[in-house]
Design a protein around this ligand. Structure first.
Ligand code: ADP
Ligand code: ADP
Length: 237
């Protein structure tokens, strides 16, 4: 369970990105965070895994006060939270398989991860994750040979391989065409329902958010202006 209790975020330059955010997100929910560019969506989800530090209030994940975590604890905590970006964040000049395998050695600096020795169990897990998102046949192909949608599925598989409880997705389909977007959203939905992984996704395509998410959180100027089940959303939010 994720709890925001009066959360505030003011950036060092004085920009108030979030104010008085109060939310509870249960395990297994599929939440879409919607709002205009600059509303605070990205800040909101990036506070959950401590990519950003909050500047007021309290944020708990499974009753752990996230602000109190230190060094090693942060790294262990982040293992439970997958992160998906608009730009995929893959190493494109190597294979799909290697990109997934790096998730098993997250504490090594990036340049050393490639020399990490992977066990058979790691390889099986990586292949299972690729199978889950329907790209097992691409395992030994270089990432730069894949379409955008396929690359986003590699990112999803990389995240799945670390057995997350939560996946945070920051505009995951913003650079994909409508057909590919739906294929990627289908994967998110499948992972959410079959594996009970919470999905918290920033998305500016309201129609797609309504089609896939169970709950919609609307953000405007750093504040929650709507929070409810998808079927309660009216046209004009
Ligand atoms: P969204 O994801 O809804 O587009 P963001 O969370 O990225 O919104 O941004 C919210 C506000 O905070 C915006 O005014 C943005 O310019 C500002 N902001 C985001 N990141 C930073 C930062 N690192 N430093 C200062 N201001 C920031
Ligand atoms: P993305 O969509 O990948 O989050 P953005 O262009 O929104 O990319 O932001 C890129 C980086 O710049 C982020 O780390 C964000 O926090 C930071 N950033 C965004 N807006 C501002 C701002 N107004 N001032 C300083 N940094 C910002």
């Amino acid at each position: 369970m994720i709890e925001f209790i009066g959360v505030e975020k003011t950036y060092a330059n004085g920009t108030i990105a979030l104010q008085n955010i109060n939310l509870t997100i249960d395990q297994g929910e599929f939440v879409a965070v919607i709002g205009l560019s600059g509303a605070g969506k990205s800040t909101l989800i990036r506070c959950i895994n401590r990519m950003h530090d909050i500047t007021g209030g309290q944020l708990n994940v499974d009753e752990v006060d996230v602000a109190k975590l230190k060094g090693k604890q942060i790294r262990r905590f982040r293992r439970r939270i997958g992160m998906i970006f608009q730009s995929f964040n893959l190493v494109t000049r190597t294979t799909v398989m290697k990109n997934v395998l790096v998730s098993f050695v997250p504490d090594l600096p990036l340049w050393r991860r490639w020399t990490g020795i992977f066990t058979k169990a790691h390889k099986i897990k990586a292949l299972e994750a690729l199978d889950k998102v329907g790209i097992l046949d691409k395992a030994f192909i270089r990432v730069d040979q894949l379409s955008g949608g396929q690359q986003q599925r590699v990112a999803l598989a990389r995240t799945l391989a670390q057995n997350p409880d939560i996946i945070l997705a920051d505009e995951p389909i913003a650079s994909l065409d409508p057909v590919t977007s739906r294929m990627v959203m289908d994967d998110f939905k499948k992972i959410n329902k079959e594996m009970n992984i919470s999905v918290i996704m920033n998305i500016h395509h309201v129609e797609i958010a309504l089609e896939y998410a169970d709950r919609i959180i609307g953000i405007r100027k750093g504040e929650v202006v709507f929070d409810g089940p998808t079927n309660k959303v009216t046209k004009d939010i």
